[in-house]
Design a protein around this ligand. Structure first.
Ligand code: C5P
Length: 215
């Protein structure tokens, strides 16, 4: 009898690169469960925010992980810029990352496979993934996308502020000692700067097929 084939896909990349859209589309295409790991860090950030905790304090941030159970991961507040900013700060603490590690590995360990997206999926969480994508775009393009998304929610911001925030987030994510944002050696780079959504998804599917040896 033929062995059932696992398909574990790791999608990493910086803020607003399109990795979430691509990961969701891949999950639909291959009928796999999907985990947006940024939501876990955002959940910790929201728990900390609601406790009135200090994002500059590693102990308080670690304690907020225990509050994650009380957070609804569908809560719209998780997507706010304030929570994204706190998430980017608390995710730099080794204690916070360690506390979220098992949960992510457990999700990845499903029989038929899964799609996970984040910053360290291909390097730390799923180093043995069957396909790894590193999705990126220029800071200007990412800022423009994020700007439109925020405006679409009826919130007033300036493009300059969004770009400054994207750059600060990149620097923190790539510059931290623990699980920094870095392309895994065996990941396929997908620069979506000049791509529309449909083209980016098609390129991602092709990359997965190539990684599986189907092309
Ligand atoms: O992807 P998203 O912007 O929702 O993630 C929020 C923050 O969580 C990121 O800025 C990043 O610092 C952190 N994060 C992380 N590792 C992951 C996913 C997200 O450090 N795997």
């Amino acid at each position: 009898m033929e062995q059932s084939q696992r398909l574990l896909i790791a999608v990493d990349g910086p803020a607003a690169s399109g990795k979430g859209t691509i990961a969701r589309a891949l999950a639909r295409h291959y009928d796999l469960p999907h985990l947006d790991t940024g939501m876990l860090y955002r959940g910790v950030a929201l728990a900390l925010f609601r406790f009135g905790g200090d994002p500059g304090n590693a102990f308080e941030a670690r304690r907020a992980v225990e509050g994650l159970e009380q957070i609804d991961l569908g809560d719209e507040e998780l997507r706010s810029e304030v929570i994204g900013e706190i998430a980017s700060r608390v995710s730099a603490y080794p204690g916070v990352r360690e506390a979220l590690l098992e949960r992510q590995k457990h999700f990845a360990d499903q029989e038929g496979g899964a799609v996970l997206d984040g910053r360290d999926i291909g390097t730390v969480i799923c180093p043995d993934a069957d396909a790894k994508l590193f999705v990126t775009a220029s800071p200007e393009v990412r800022a423009e996308r994020r700007f439109r998304e925020i405006e679409g929610r009826g919130i007033k911001v300036s493009l300059e502020d969004v770009l400054a925030d994207i750059r600060a987030r990149d620097e923190r994510d790539a510059g931290r000692d623990n699980a920094p944002l870095v392309q895994a050696e065996d990941a396929v780079l997908l620069d979506t700067s000049a791509m529309g959504v449909e083209d980016a998804i098609a390129a991602a599917v092709r990359a997965v097929e190539t990684a599986r040896g189907n092309t």
